[in-house]
Design a binder for this molecule. Structure first.
Ligand SMILES: *Cc1c(COP(=O)(O)O)cnc(C)c1O
Length: 345
């Protein structure tokens, strides 16, 4: 995580970094995020209880709340813990106008440049900015937007269109700006900005469109288990629920103690890559709650107790995700509490 952060820093020299630690640091554990990203300039997340935890654990640098206040009670936490909310809708502007805050807060005005999830439209930006300026308790106002297609070529709205909309909307406003997520940082380093907001790349995951490893990014998470049974099956035999896999020849299969109750995707199908004793083989048949089945044809020495890597540095999470019709982001976040964590420093 440290070295991935250093890569983000050297990719956009001079930009400050919000290390994104939402969803418990993309499933890696908030405290691990705190430790791994100690050199970041700020931490950015959604969840108020986790933000308070970051302060309790000793983080004194900025914290951005990327969805802002959900209700006015959040304002107390914002002043008490010096959190910096995003302001993305009129309801939040109203909340701030009515609030009685004792200390000045720093807010981030979000502009909707085409993503159409959160933010004020370009033509509403000036008025929203003026309303924020009129709130005595607001100290500093920064500007942010978010890209819909930083990982794709020629899908509208493209990055250039969103950057142009952002520039147009903020033409006569002097403020710090933050635009780029991981794919924008890696694919469009020319965009820069005062701050960048890398998430998945800091965990070694590939945003769409690029291969994290080709940038020197390393997987922070390895999901591993062991073979707990070996079966020799005959041509015509099947394995697991629904008999989704049926052997065309006699073969050995390994049963691995990992299933969808651990966060391994049930949608992964036969052929998804798995490492057994470091040798690449494949998932067979249906993933069940606590187990999955692997082909041992290419691993003749595999036995009960053999090491299994479901994803990690030697097996990109993105490849497993692709075999399950999803993205690495979802797999990282979905590791369940029963999985034992081992932190390697
Ligand atoms: C999650 C998030 C990011 C980080 O996105 P990655 O693709 O993981 O880099 C950045 N900005 C905002 C607003 C986000 O919600």
């Amino acid at each position: 995580m440290q070295s991935n952060l250093a890569i983000a820093r050297s990719t956009i020299p001079g930009a400050k970094i919000w290390a994104v630690v939402k969803a418990d640091a993309y499933g890696h554990g908030l405290e691990n995020g705190l430790r791994g990203f100690a050199a970041a300039d700020g931490l950015s997340l959604i969840e108020y209880d986790r933000a308070v935890r970051l302060r309790d654990l000793g983080w004194t640098k900025p914290i951005m709340m990327m969805q802002g206040m959900f209700d006015s009670a959040d304002l107390d936490l914002i002043s008490q813990y010096e959190l910096q909310p995003v302001v993305h809708n009129v309801e939040q502007l109203d909340m701030l106008s009515k609030a009685r805050l004792n200390s000045p807060i720093h807010v981030h005005l979000k502009i909707n440049t085409g993503m159409n999830r959160l933010g004020f439209l370009p033509e509403q930006t000036r008025e929203a900015y003026a309303r924020l300026q009129a709130v005595p308790a607001i100290g500093k106002i920064s500007l942010i937007t978010h890209f819909a297609n930083a990982d794709k070529q020629s899908v509208s709205p493209d990055v250039a269109t969103q950057v142009a909309a952002f520039q147009q909307a903020t033409l006569d406003i002097q403020a710090e700006i933050s635009l780029s997520n991981s794919p924008a940082i890696l694919i469009h380093p020319e965009i820069k900005g005062d701050w960048i907001r890398p998430g998945v790349m800091l965990y070694g995951g590939s945003p769409g469109g690029v291969d994290a490893a080709s940038f020197g990014l390393k997987a922070a998470m390895t999901l591993s288990s062991r073979v707990i049974a070996v079966q020799s099956i005959r041509a015509g035999d099947s394995v697991g629920y629904g008999s989704l896999f049926r052997a065309e020849r006699d073969m050995r299969i390994g049963i691995v103690a990992c299933g969808y109750a651990d966060g391994y995707p049930r949608h992964a199908s036969t052929g998804a890559p798995v490492l057994v004793d470091g040798i690449r083989t494949q998932l067979l048949g249906r993933v069940s709650m606590d187990m999955l089945n692997v082909d041992l044809s290419s691993v003749p020495n595999a036995h009960v107790g053999s090491d299994v890597t479901l994803w990690g540095d030697d097996l990109p999470i993105d490849e497993v995700a692709a075999a399950a019709g999803t993205i690495g982001y979802e797999l990282m976040c979905a590791i369940t509490p029963r999985v034992q964590r081992q932190v390697r420093l």
